[in-house]
Design a protein around this ligand. Structure first.
Ligand SMILES: NC(=O)c1ccc[n+]([C@@H]2O[C@H](COP(=O)([O-])OP(=O)(O)OC[C@H]3O[C@@H](n4cnc5c(N)ncnc54)[C@H](O)[C@@H]3O)[C@@H](O)[C@H]2O)c1
Ligand SMILES: N[C@H](CO)Cc1c[nH]c[nH+]1
Ligand SMILES: [Zn+2]
Length: 843
């Protein structure tokens, strides 16, 4: 039996630790406080109950069911509901733990073991009979009941629900007798048949490991509760404050009663040498098993002898994780009882080393288990692909995606998922970087050594077209850039907006006089020769040509070279040629992939060598860019690794499901290795279903539905409780595009730490930034938004600093320069200042 009391609080914020030894508490249900309640429950050892006020309208009922499911699944113990409501709730939530709040005359109709809460004013005889000899828990509630009225009820085995504020202060029973309400309630429910009137008391730690046996009295119990420490009754010496002389004190964590209320259990945290006077942890000998192993591991963590295997595991995470996996496999293979016990012990050992390494205690693990046991809905529990025998583990094996059926993002409720599951959901599709590098290297080498000949051969091989020359020179023939008027107008408008936004980024020369006579400046200069890659594999993207060409022109780059894979007939899309003409490109390289990058990095007979290569592309393009950047002989830099497009949408229940779906799909259609993530903030299943339906219905209408299907297969919706949680998760993912379809979207922009570009509010679809608003669409992907900016005017510039030091300036800094040069032992440096200062008569 737990402590015979249920303190009621007005909110989580009002919870008072001084009552934590009661071991439970009840809070009011409030739909907008769910997150706080769940957070509190998950952070405490207490049994948390929730009390729903009677007035729940028909409209609120569905919301209540959704919310109760969340509460139950997140560790809430029981919910107090009015009889009618309780009966409806148990129909809808199998396994719902409910306390029926009702009047005495209705109790007979309830199941024999159902917990009930009836008014204090009910006749005592009735209350006693309702306990059914102990098989039913009976609570008595009243907002006004005074403690003195309560004690006789408690003595009958009834648990009072009392406003916590009444319980925390001493009250005066008579003029000179002051009582602690909590102690009074406990004493009222205790009995003893011992002639000395003492209560046998078992002392245990929080894992239920027995430390010893002692006695409590009507005097020692209030003292223990008042001081929240181990205070007992010594039969020879009176009140006994444990540890007062030895220093081995106890923090009192909880008090429990046995089933018939004549024996107590004190749950304590023991300090010092232990509980036993023989300086052992327990009077019953040392602990064994998992607890003993845990104690040893925690000790090893701080005092491990050099050469100890456990220390090696603490220090070598890779080894430790490999051992955990190895032992888990061996356990899965073991067949006999002995082998299973053996392998399980090994696995526990390595698992506990990992726990100890990260400061996780067995108590916390057990709390987690207890919490999970309280869930009322469970996931299917299938193993992840890669963990079943049928599917090999190699990550490189592409996932089979059925070509029909519903198009649906995977779904995770963050409050129920493990951190591993969340990490997996947010992992981008595997880029086989090493393998791609191996494929790309011979291509790059070939172009470097054989120039145009290699370029033409590789274009024939990968793009299926035999060209005579790999380059189209400016001025470009009019007939190659014939466009419908509306397309021309659209390109012109987009060029104009991108130009305006990028011109505004041009900076003036910066000048600072750091000391009198020492003027430091910084000024921008364009990178002279730039190579702009315009993807053309799965889709031709003329928009990329303007996103790169316009800032290059704005920055003043002298030579602009375009590269884009040709179509099968050897031509290039007229839109790209039109943009090349508008930005004054020198030529267009008719090649794609790694070969185009290599041609621009090293130059060929017809392709000019470029100083910097820009632009997104597939894995071959990105790998080649990284490769040439690392080759100092190429003397070529790159903008950033910009790979498969991705988007993360944060949406709440106010978002239009069609808008959200359209944004997710607009990136999903880019390629099968694209990824789209939806963070759904505090949405009910119904609200989320509207978005899911919209995704499917829109997707099946798209010509690129097969690409979308494959992209969606590795894309996920994560349900989160708060906007803050969503932004934290988004910052962790560092998306290329972040779309905020939430109420007051602009007020959250301040919280964005890592993202390529942000789209604020319902009417800012990513497509606007892809084409026409003015921002650049060449953005860092794959989490590189943590350290890279998207393409901007400065990407096409470098910054030069200069200084102008006068004799006056030398007077100010000369001595410091000489002293630092001396520290570094560089006398010529020192001398360069010294000769000048001598001639100026400064030294
Ligand atoms: N991050 C951004 O800012 C941004 C912007 C636009 C596009 N993108 C992304 O750019 C990518 C464009 O990729 P794409 O494939 O459509 O076009 P692409 O132009 O990047 O690649 C096509 C070229 O890849 C080469 N190639 C194809 N298969 C090959 C193989 N097996 N071995 C060697 N080379 C091979 C061919 O030469 C072909 O010309 C997409 O993933 C898209 O999402 C990103
Ligand atoms: N969304 C892409 C950047 O990741 C750019 C683009 C071009 N065309 C359409 N979209
Ligand atoms: Zn796009």
């Amino acid at each position: 039996m737990t402590f015979p009391l249920l303190p009621a609080y007005a909110s989580v914020a009002e919870f008072d630790n001084s009552l934590s030894l009661v071991g439970k508490a009840v809070f009011p249900y409030a739909a907008d406080q769910l997150h706080n309640l769940i957070k509190f429950t998950q952070s405490t050892e207490l049994q948390v109950n929730v009390q729903v006020e009677s007035s729940v309208t028909e409209d609120q009922f569905e919301e209540l069911i959704d919310n109760l499911l969340k509460l139950y699944n997140n560790g809430i113990n029981e919910v107090i509901l009015d009889l009618d409501l309780a009966e409806r709730v148990v129909q809808r939530i199998p396994g719902a733990r409910v306390i029926y709040r009702t009047l005495v005359d209705k109790v007979a109709s309830l199941p024999a073991n159902a917990s009930i809460a009836v008014p204090f004013s009910s006749p005592l005889g009735d209350l006693k009979s309702f306990t059914n000899g102990g098989s039913r828990t009976v609570y008595a509630f009243s907002e006004t009941a005074k403690l003195v009225d309560v004690t006789s009820t408690v003595a009958s085995g009834i648990i009072p629900i009392i406003d916590a504020r009444q319980l925390t202060t001493e009250y005066e029973l008579s003029e000179d007798v002051k009582k602690f309400p909590v102690s009074e309630i406990l004493l009222a429910s205790l009995t003893t048949d011992r002639p000395d009137g003492l209560f046998t008391t078992l002392v245990a730690d929080s894992s239920n490991y027995s430390l010893g046996l002692v006695y409590s009295s009507k005097k020692s119990i209030p003292e223990a509760i008042r001081t929240q420490t181990g205070v007992y009754q010594s039969r020879r010496h009176g009140l006994w404050y444990k540890g007062a002389t030895s220093g081995a004190t106890q923090k009192l964590l909880g008090i429990e009663l046995d089933c018939d209320g004549d024996c107590l259990k004190f749950v304590v945290e023991q300090t010092g040498v232990g509980f036993c006077h023989l300086e052992r942890t327990s009077c019953f000998g040392q602990s064994k098993g998992l607890r003993a192993m845990e104690a040893t591991l925690w000790d090893r963590k701080s005092n491990a002898p050099e050469g100890s295997y456990t220390k090696r595991l603490f220090d070598d995470e890779v080894l430790l994780n490999a051992k955990i996996r190895e032992e888990a496999d061996e356990l899965a293979e073991a067949k006999s009882k002995e082998d299973i016990a053996w392998e399980c012990a090994d696995l526990f050992y390595f698992a506990l080393v990992r726990c100890a390494k990260y400061g996780v205690t067995l108590d916390e693990v057990e709390r987690n288990l207890d919490m999970k046991s309280l869930k009322v809905t469970r996931r299917k529990g299938d193993a992840k692909p890669g963990y079943t025998k049928e599917q090999p583990k190699e990550e490189s094996k592409p996932k089979e995606v059925p070509s029909e059926g519903r198009i649906e993002l995977c779904k995770i409720d963050v409050s129920k998922a493990s951190s591993q599951e969340i990490e997996d959901a947010l992992r981008r599709p595997i880029q086989k970087t090493e393998q791609i590098m191996e494929l790309v290297k011979p291509i790059v080498d070939n172009v470097r050594q054989n120039g145009d000949k290699a370029l033409l051969e590789l274009t024939a091989k990968f793009d299926g077209v035999a060209l005579k020359t790999p380059v189209l020179e400016a001025p470009f023939p009019e007939e190659l850039m014939q466009l419908p008027d509306n397309v021309k107008r659209a390109i012109d408008l987009s060029i104009d907006n991108v130009r305006k936004f990028h011109e505004a980024q041009l900076t003036e020369t910066l000048q600072v006089e750091t000391c009198p006579g020492v003027v430091c400046s910084r000024f921008a200069r364009p990178i002279e020769k730039v190579g702009l890659y315009i993807p053309g594999g799965t889709a031709i993207l003329p928009s990329t040509s303007l996103m790169l060409g316009v800032p290059a022109k704005v920055a003043g780059c002298k030579e602009i070279v375009f590269a884009s894979p040709p179509k099968k007939d050897g031509t290039l899309t007229p839109e790209v040629i039109y943009v090349a003409h508008k930005v004054g490109a020198k030529c267009i390289v008719l090649a794609g992939g790694a070969q185009a990058v290599a041609a621009m990095a090293y130059g060929t007979e017809t392709v000019p060598k470029c100083d910097k290569i820009f632009g997104p592309g597939n894995q071959f393009v990105t790998a080649a860019k990284m490769m040439v950047q690392n080759d100092t002989s190429a003397l070529c830099s790159i903008d950033m690794p910009a790979g498969p497009s991705e988007v993360l949408v944060i949406a709440d229940k106010y978002a239009d499901p069609d808008f959200v779906a359209s944004d997710l799909l607009s990136q999903a259609e880019h390629g099968i290795d694209s990824q789209v993530i939806l963070l759904a903030v505090d949405m009910t299943d119904k609200e989320l279903a509207r978005i899911e339906d919209a995704v499917h219905n829109q997707a099946v209408q798209l010509p690129r539905v097969e690409i979308v299907r494959k992209c969606i297969a590795h894309s996920t919706t994560l349900s989160v409780a708060t906007y803050e949680q969503a932004l934290e998760m988004s910052n962790q993912y560092a998306p290329e595009h972040l779309i905020l379809q939430i109420e007051n979207a602009s007020s959250y922009v301040d919280q964005v730490q890592h993202a390529g570009s942000v789209f604020v509010g319902a009417y800012s679809p990513e497509s606007c930034g892809d084409y026409s608003s003015g921002t650049n669409h060449t953005l860092p992907t794959y989490g590189y938004a943590r350290q890279y900016s998207g393409v901007n005017t400065a990407t096409f510039q470098k910054f030069i600093t200069s200084q102008d030091v006068t004799p006056e300036g030398l007077k100010h800094i000369g001595q410091a320069v000489m002293d630092l040069a001396a520290v570094e032992g560089l006398d010529a440096h020192r001398n360069a200042v010294k000769v000048r200062m001598e001639k100026l008569g400064l030294i």
